[in-house]
Design a protein around this ligand. Structure first.
Ligand code: ZN
Length: 405
């Protein structure tokens, strides 16, 4: 069976929380992503979910029916050839989903925008998601009109017109709108065909590699023979460049040498890539796309229990600067449901930087210029949009984004 070993495209999902995203992702990938029991984990880290699928096409059949995620054509039973491996990225909850879309914009190559037909369009959350799509210029999008089976044909058509009016003038005004009923497998083939025709990201093989770490573990079983111990493993998304087996790499800010007390102290980790994986596939090299596992020669005690989440990996001397205090320009999203008050002195905020969410404090503000102190050293690239979440009525709400200057 022919296969494609690594994901070639990351697709983000946006849409109102009750509009059937989970069931759509399941029918497109056969993987149920609704497994986040807690939305914001230790260190407030957002746990990104990844669901991979290979779109295959039957050469003997015509039209959307030729497209499947199965190994055989659903119509004629012939072997279906792989044409695209993609990953659907998911983050739990409305606020974290939007924060992830902003701070992970470099990770996302395409969008599935889900809008249910049984409610008027746009609902508040849907409106906010379109605002973010516009803000980030995420043109490579497919709109999926879900729950069309719950309304009649006339209502569905009327709702389609509402969507068209809603997206008019936005960056996705010409995006395809596909009515679908995921749990009845209606039009899933059309969505697969459309995904396979989205613009694919171009990889710059020559760029200095940069990976955001989203997980880290110790893969050894307790009591393993010390001579057979495997080095620490990190998982994440490559933003640019290519990582190869045997490469010498650096991880920043690195090993946390002093975990307790006010003064955390980190030390850069320099190690060698001993293995690369994508799901169950072993790779010699990896490019941007999907969740990549990197085996290293680091002491596995350092990487256990997600200790390296939010860090960056790449060539030594070629990684973003590690900072604890920054000047930043702040852009408010002007959400209609939130007060647009100024920042209080030392107001705590959650700052999303790549795959890290860092508790931070606004130590000074003048118009849209903020001084921000981060609670622990964080690698930040200039120009990167960082989502800013503020505590409003005891809840973290996304209010805008900041860019380091
Ligand atoms: Zn066929």
């Amino acid at each position: 069976m022919e296969t494609i070993k690594q994901s070639e495209m990351n697709i983000g999902t946006l849409g109102h929380i009750d509009h059937g995203k989970t069931s759509l992702v399941k029918s497109l990938t056969n993987i149920w992503t609704d497994r986040h029991s807690e939305s914001i984990k230790r260190n407030m880290t957002i746990k990104l979910g990844y669901a991979d699928a290979i779109i295959r096409k039957c050469d003997s059949c015509k039209g959307a029916e030729a497209y499947t995620i199965g190994e055989r054509c659903e119509r004629c039973g012939s072997e279906a050839k792989p044409i695209l491996r993609f990953s659907i990225l998911d983050a739990p909850g409305h606020e974290t989903l939007m924060a992830t879309a902003i701070s992970g914009a470099n990770i996302i190559n395409g969008i599935l925008f889900i809008i249910a037909a049984n409610e008027p369009c746009p609902m508040q959350q849907t409106r906010e998601h379109l605002m973010i799509i516009n803000l980030l210029g995420l043109k490579n999008a497919i709109i999926v009109q879900t729950k069309v089976d719950l309304v009649g044909r006339d209502k569905a058509l009327e709702h389609y017109k509402q969507i068209k009016a809603f997206i008019k003038g936005s960056v996705i005004e010409n995006a395809p709108i596909i009515p679908a009923v995921p749990n009845k497998n209606v039009n899933i083939d059309v969505i697969l065909e459309t995904i396979s025709k989205l613009e694919r990201p171009k990889f710059d093989k020559e760029a200095d590699p940069l990976m955001y770490i989203a997980r880290s573990f110790d893969v050894n079983k307790p009591g393993s023979d010390i001579s057979k111990l495997k080095g620490g493993v990190v998982g994440g998304t490559i933003i640019r460049g290519v990582l190869k087996k045997g490469d010498t790499i650096s991880i920043l800010p690195g090993a946390n040498l002093q975990k307790k007390g006010k003064h955390e102290s980190y030390s850069e980790v320099v190690t060698t890539i001993s293995g690369i994986s994508s799901g169950t596939e072993e790779l010699d090299e990896a490019h941007p796309g999907g969740l990549i596992g990197i085996s290293t020669e680091v002491d596995p005690a350092l990487t256990k229990a997600d200790a390296f989440v939010g860090m960056v990996l790449g060539y030594k001397g070629k990684l973003p600067l590690v900072v604890t205090e920054i000047d930043a320009l702040y852009t408010s999203l002007a959400r209609t449901d939130l007060p647009t008050i100024g920042f209080g002195k030392d107001e705590p905020i959650a700052l999303s930087v790549g795959t890290a969410t860092v508790l931070s404090y606004v130590t000074g503000s003048k118009r849209n210029r903020l001084k921000i102190r981060l609670s622990h050293p964080t690698p930040i690239e200039r120009g990167l949009k960082m989502a800013v979440m503020r505590r409003i009525n005891h809840r973290l709400r996304l209010t805008g984004f900041a860019v380091m200057v």
